[in-house]
Write a protein that binds this ligand. Structure first.
Ligand code: CP
Ligand code: NVA
Length: 308
């Protein structure tokens, strides 16, 4: 059975810790090298990863490609509309065929069902590069960034999510039980994660509070985290732009968090909507480190998939 990376809920605390430790170590080891240089001990020499996109991407596309180059391998990128997928070939047949050509597949899918279907029919590891349900690679980079910025252990941190109950938040929920951080959530009514989605994590011991005001969530938190108000695939843009303004992260809200709190955003960001320019461009923002860490975290994720 290939080792897939589909949801953080499938990973043990040990898996998550090993990936984060490897990501930190690889980042340190590369300091000062050209970005395209192969790692001194390339872990995936000769391996090729297919990168398939049903939706737009900047960070995921470039970071996975560079990750494979640094690991000594290569990647092939295609949008689903470039492929026969766009003309109705099934995802299961695509999985069977690509398994004969490449060593692994990263997919960004509209629907999580497509991701599961690909994994069910693939003989090679599948890495989830975002679905409507979750975004696990992003959260590994986010947790790595928080560890870089703080002396605290993740299990002692309080993370405040202020904004949409979306796919990025879901991955914070999916790792909460194993890593032990407190997760506070403030989302507008109508845009909250459904209880059913939280329950599995809570049963595992995740410490999650939902239904908080922005101020309650932010108070003394170690991180304030948000995302765009309108995700790819959302068709109710006008309703969202009307509902979300009270959930903007501005300087006053950031001042309620711990004095050294970190601001995170997976990007792309929309200044004046989910946060002010002063917050994302201010000294507490770690968004550029967070984007860079996609590369290092994903190298560790791909290595984990290929490890025996
Ligand atoms: N954060 C993130 O996944 O960015 P892209 O959509 O640009 O890949
Ligand atoms: N929630 C956003 C994340 C983009 C990286 C989306 O799904 O569009």
């Amino acid at each position: 059975m290939p080792k897939h990376f589909l949801t953080l809920a499938d990973l043990t605390k040990g898996d998550l810790r090993a990936i984060l430790d490897d990501a930190h170590a690889m980042k340190k080891a590369r300091k000062g090298q050209p970005k395209g240089a192969v790692d001194s001990k390339p872990a995936l020499y000769g391996h090729t990863l297919a990168l398939i996109f049903e939706k737009s991407s900047t960070r995921t596309r470039f970071s996975f490609d560079m990750a494979m180059r640094q690991l000594g391998g290569s990647s092939i990128t295609a949008t689903s509309s470039d492929m026969q997928l766009g003309r109705g070939e099934s995802i299961s047949d695509t999985a069977r065929v690509l398994s004969r050509f490449v060593d692994g597949i990263m997919l960004r899918a509209n629907s999580h069902e497509t991701m599961s279907e690909l994994a069910a029919h693939s003989d090679v590891p599948i890495v989830n590069g975002l679905t409507d349900y979750n975004h696990p690679c992003q959260i590994m980079a986010d947790l790595m960034t928080l560890e870089e910025r703080s002396e605290k252990l993740l299990e002692d941190m309080t993370l405040a999510w202020i904004g949409d109950g979306n796919n990025v938040l879901m991955s914070f929920v999916n790792a909460a039980a194993q890593l032990g951080y407190n997760l506070r959530i403030s989302s507008p009514p109508g845009y909250r994660l459904k209880d059913a989605k939280l329950n599995a994590a809570r049963v595992q011991g995740a410490k999650i509070e939902m239904g908080l005001s922005s101020e309650e969530a932010a108070k003394d938190a170690d991180a304030l985290i948000t995302d765009c108000w309108v995700s790819m695939g959302d068709t109710d843009k006008d309703e969202r732009l009307a509902a979300f303004p009270p959930y903007q992260i501005d300087e006053a809200l950031l001042a309620k968090a711990a004095p050294d709190a970190t601001f995170l955003h997976c990007l792309p960001a929309y200044r004046g909507q989910e946060m002010t320019a002063g917050v994302i461009d201010g000294p507490q923002s770690a968004v550029w480190d967070e984007a860079e860490n996609r590369l290092h975290a994903q190298k560790a994720i791909i290595k984990w998939c290929f490890a025996e």
